[in-house]
Design a protein around this ligand. Sequence first.
Ligand code: ADP
Length: 401
Amino acid sequence: MRRIGILGGGQLGRMAMEEARKYLAHIEVLTPDYPSPASDLADAAHVGPIDDYESVLEFAEEVDIVSYEIEGVSVSALRELERRGKAVLPAAGILEAIRDKHVQKGILAAAGIPTARYAILDEAAAGRPSPGSLEAAARVLGGFPIVQKARSGGYDGRGVAVLGAADDPRALACPSYAEERVDFEKELAVVVALAPDGSSAVYPCVEMVFDPRANLCDSVLAPARVGDALRAEAESVALACVRALCEASLRSLSPAAGCAGVFGVEMFLTRAGGILVNEVAPRPHNSGHFSIEACASSQFDQYVRLLLGLPLGSPELLRPAMMVNLVGDPSAAGTGDAACEPEYRGLEEALAVPGVSIHLYGKREVRPFRKMGHLTALGSTPGEAVTRAEAARARISIRGR
Ligand code: ADP
C-alpha cells in the first residue's frame, strides 16, 4: 500500500488519519509544531517547515504520495516532486491556481462561474493600497464599502477587511484585491471530491453560520435550509468550479498528476436569490466535518481513498446534522505568550444529548476562539439536529487551566 505523506500538523490531517486506520494505511506528517493534532496519530512525525523547499523534498523521500492539509506549503517543492515522478495530490498546479485568491477569481470568472465583482489594488503606501487605488476600485464595484482581501495567506477571516472609505485605517498591508460587498442572505458550502478518472462525489449543500466576534465559521447545518432547486444549483456550481480550476491548471500539470482531490467551495446566497462563489479550498473543509457521522462516506474517507488510489465512496446524507465548532472560550486565558493548557468542561453532559458526537483535536494550548474540536448532532429533521447541537454546545466550555 502507498505510504502517504501529509504536510501540516493540524486537525484536518488528524481526522484523515482516523479514517486511514480503516485501510491500514501508513501516514507520515511534516509539521512545524510538535506535538500537534496530526503528529499524535501519525505513523511518523517529521518536524520542520512546510513552506521550505529542502525540508519538503527531504520529507517526501520517505513516502509515495504527498498531500497537504493547508495551503501555505512550498509549491516549488511540490512541482519538483512531480517532475521527479512523485505523486502529489491535489497537483501543484491546482494549488497554485487556488491559493492566490486573485488568480482563483480570474479563473472562475473566465469560466463563467458567478462570483462577486472584483478589482486589483496597488501596494503603494508601506504595502497598503493607495487611496487612489481604493477609490478606483470602489468606482468599479459600485461604491464603498468594499471588501479588501489578501491575495494569499488568509485563513478564518484573517486577510479580509471591510473598508468604508479610501482612508479607512483598517486597510490591510499586503498584496490584495477588492471585491464588491455582497448583500447575502446565507453562506452556503459544498464539498466536492474529484478522482483522477473524472468521477466525482458531491456532498449536500450546507449552510454556514459565522461568528461575527471572531469572523470564523461557528456552525454548519446539513442540508442547508433552502429550496431543493437552489441546493441542486449550488451543488452543480460547486462541481463546475472545481472542474474549471482543474482545467485551468491542466496546462501546467504533469500528465500523471491528474485532477484529483477534496475541495471545499464556499458560496453566498444573495438576497436577490442568486448564488455567487466566494472561494475554493483544495483540501477537506470545515463545512464538511458533519459528513463523518452524517454521510455514507465522509470527506476524510474520500480524501484517504484518493490518496490510496481507491474508488470514491458515496457522499449521500443519511441523517440531517448540525456541526458546531468548539472554540476556546472568549475569556480563555492565553492572553500572554505563556502556554495555556486546555481544560474541557461539560463533555459528559453534552454527550448525554441524543445523537451527539464530539471530536477533540488535541491542541496543547487554548486561546480565545481557537478551534479546539467540534461536535456533530444528528436528528430526524434539521430542526431536531439544531436543537440537539445547541443543547450540547451550551454545556461545553474550553478554558485554560
Ligand atoms: P477566509 O479565507 O479568511 O475564510 P473569506 O473570503 O472566506 O476568507 O471571507 C471570510 C468571511 O468574510 C466570509 O465568510 C464572509 O462572511 C465575509 N466576506 C468575504 N467576502 C465578502 C464579500 N465580498 N462580501 C461580503 N462579505 C464577505
